[in-house]
Design a protein around this ligand. Structure first.
Ligand SMILES: [Zn+2]
Length: 254
């Protein structure tokens, strides 16, 4: 076994309230591209074209956004071994919660209950009216797009419809941030997975826990901004690493 993985198991073994913090890297094995990686979407598209203000003020930005959403395949993806390993940790009573930067809903699809998941950047499976707050499954809105309505509006009030995902230039959801900070303040270990830990304020969550002195383990493909702070860094794909890690931590606890 990888030395860093063995170290991680030893560090996390005494923990009973592990905080998982996940980023795009846990979902790449489900076929969802990592937005910020070397081949990420943002290497091809300028993020300044897709701010919240542009979405609200410019119909062509909304049309492009729905078109990209329709082509992304994110809503068709299914959970992988990494998501399932975290469910195993939850069922063994060792996971305090999972704070995620992902918008794909795959933690819940794998079997984590809503109460165990904190979505910092929203969820692409739901769309809502920016004026009256009515909401729909995004698949319903995309069906309207595909049948020719390229900028669908709210059927109740005529307002602008948007996926419930936090855009550039949009405020972080207050309730989610509060739940995340509570978990960071009360966990007894923190496990960051598939994130370069370079996007703030989200990356403050694991850092906050680490600064309290609880063990900090990182699983990621490649270096992260928190490697110098972490107690162990395991490099590689999340699925097989988490499977081994969780099997070791839950042995005899199921
Ligand atoms: Zn409305």
């Amino acid at each position: 076994m990888d030395t860093a993985l063995a170290d991680s198991i030893a560090l996390l073994a005494p923990a009973r309230r592990i905080l998982a913090f996940t980023g795009a890297g846990i979902s790449t094995e489900s076929g969802i591209p990592d937005f910020r990686g070397p081949h990420g979407v943002w290497t091809r598209i300028d993020p300044s074209e897709f701010t919240f203000d542009k979405y609200v003020s410019d119909a062509s930005t909304r049309r492009r956004s729905w078109q990209m959403r329709s082509e992304s395949g994110i809503l068709d993806a299914g959970p992988n071994a990494g998501h399932r390993a975290l469910v195993g940790l939850w069922k063994a009573g060792l996971l305090a919660g999972c704070v995620t930067q992902n918008i794909d809903g795959l933690h819940q699809a794998a079997g984590l209950p809503d109460e165990a998941v904190v979505e910092l950047h929203g969820n692409a499976h739901t769309s809502a009216c920016l004026d009256c707050g009515a909401d729909w499954p995004t698949t319903e809105i995309l069906a309207r797009v595909e049948s020719g309505e390229d900028d669908p509006h709210c059927p109740h009030c005529g307002g602008i419809v948007k996926v419930t995902v936090i855009s550039f230039g949009q405020m972080m959801p207050g309730e989610a941030m509060e739940r995340a900070y509570t978990l960071a303040a009360t966990c007894d270990a923190v496990l960051a997975i598939g994130s370069t830990l370079s996007v703030y304020p989200a990356a403050y969550i694991p850092l906050e826990a680490a600064h309290r002195g609880v063990p900090y383990v990182i699983v990621n493909q490649g270096a992260t901004d928190h490697d110098v702070v972490a107690d162990a860094c395991v490099e590689g794909p999340a699925g097989p690493i988490l499977t081994t890690l969780v099997e070791a931590l839950t042995a005899g606890k199921k």
